[in-house]
Design a protein around this ligand. Structure first.
Ligand code: NZQ
Ligand code: ZN
Length: 389
């Protein structure tokens, strides 16, 4: 472990079947005016909306709503929400939903008191807020992003075909509290469940595939990956298995709550490729990642061979005896591919609506990061996208 870092994560988590019972205790810490933020209506069908609004009413809160936050929330929706939160003089933003709703709440939080255009300030210039930010609380209903315990917020601008994530440096942007009841995730469609599972797994990979020092973060990552693979196989067969869904929920939080990135330079290129594709297709986040992953990892494997070998042996149980490092690494990725196919993940961008004509534009939208084993140039990005099509 050769890094120099600070670690602080102030999000308070309540986990388990009765986690929502803790909401009144948290609400007592804030003023009367609550803005309840949710998505396209799943919470109205599965009873979560009723349970939350009853608690808000019992606590005497004055509630305004931002409804209809779409998957991959847009900048136009952000502008709309800022106006609602301002008009309501919000004391707390309560996000009830998945990563999209939670990310969106953070974007509103840093924008309500901001005098500049938030898209330009936070998503194009990557600045930190210099205004007062509103506290965010979260009741999580979809597992994958880790947004419940991190300061990430991804917003899409469909006018310019840009999908950009800002991971804010200030831990005040992290939710103040998050309520994690694995039961809430049992109504997710299979497609969303497996997309979320791959999102978890890839978050860990993005941090794991960087650096050469002996780092505790890598051992933690391997344990998390093994737990995700194990639980995913059970959940794939029986989505109602509470224990497996509960392990997935907890793994998702730890996969991207800043812990396993400590002391790591981190890669994030699968996400950059996937997000650029998402900006053109509005596809489900986890599926954009699964579609580009194998071409990307096969491309960078030679540059990070020792880590890919370790991944094969420690995560996928590839037997190393008598094989070259390259053979071992190749077998590790093959085992990952088998698992991805077993879950039914999308393996091609064309299955998400991407076309050959879009590829130049998608390639142009890919932000190039330099923390992984190899820095891609534009030609390589286009090649990987072509292979992913
Ligand atoms: O909108 P509703 O009707 O609620 O339906 C949602 C949505 O259609 C549905 N859903 C959620 N909970 C449900 C449910 N359906 C039935 N039962 C439930 N319990 O699932 C669909 C997807 O929800 P969404 O919130 O979009 O999914 P996810 O959690 O994957 O969030 C995706 C967004 O998060 C960003 C992505 O880019 C994308 O914009 N990310 C945020 C990150 C972060 N904050 O650190 C990191 C990630 O890498 C990711 O980029
Ligand atoms: Zn992700």
């Amino acid at each position: 472990m050769l890094g120099t870092f600070t670690y602080c994560n102030p999000t308070k988590l309540y986990f388990g079947e009765d986690a929502l019972q803790n909401l009144p205790r948290e609400l007592a810490n804030y003023g009367k005016n609550i803005v309840l933020i949710y998505g396209g209506g799943s919470i109205k069908k599965n009873g979560i909306y009723d349970a939350v609004t009853k608690i808000l009413a019992d606590c005497g809160k004055n509630v305004a709503e931002i409804a209809g936050v779409m998957p991959n929330p847009t900048v136009d929706k952000l502008y709309e929400g800022i106006e609602i939160a301002r008009a309501h003089n919000a004391d707390l933003l309560l996000a009830v939903g998945g990563g999209s709703v939670c990310d969106y709440a953070k974007a509103v939080s840093v924008s309500v008191n901001c005098r500049e255009d938030p898209w330009e300030k936070y998503y194009l210039r990557f600045e930190e807020p210099d205004c007062e930010v509103l506290p965010v609380g979260c009741v999580l209903t979809m597992v994958g992003t880790g947004s419940e315990m991190n300061a990430g917020s991804v917003i899409t601008n469909p006018h310019t075909h840009q999908k950009i994530g800002h991971v804010f440096a200030d831990e005040k942007i992290m939710p103040r509290f998050s309520i994690l009841n694995p039961k809430y995730t049992l109504t997710l469609p299979h497609y969303q469940m497996v997309a979320g599972i791959y999102d978890i797994f890839n978050h860990i990979c993005e941090q794991y595939f960087s650096g050469e020092d002996d780092n505790t973060s890598d051992y933690l990552s391997e344990g998390l990956m093994r737990s995700v693979i194990h639980a995913s196989r059970i959940a794939n067969q029986n989505p109602q298995d509470y224990e497996a869904r509960s392990n997935l929920m907890w793994s998702a939080t730890w996969a991207l709550n800043t812990l396993v990135s400590r002391g790591k330079s981190t890669d994030w290129m699968v996400h950059m490729l996937g997000q650029a594709a998402g900006a053109y297709t509005d596809a489900t986040h986890g599926m954009t990642l699964s579609a580009v992953s194998l071409p990307y990892y096969r491309h960078i494997m030679p540059y990070g061979l020792a880590k890919f070998k370790r991944f094969a042996v420690n995560v996928w149980d590839v037997e190393p005896t008598g094989k070259s490092d390259e053979d071992i690494a190749v077998q590790g990725l093959a085992a990952m591919e088998d698992w991805m196919r077993e879950l039914g993940l999308v393996m091609k961008l064309s299955d998400l609506g991407a076309t050959e004509e879009m590829l130049e534009g998608i390639a142009h939208g890919v932000l190039v990061m330099s923390g992984g084993y190899h820095v891609l140039d534009r030609k390589e990005i286009l090649e990987i996208l072509k292979e992913s099509l």
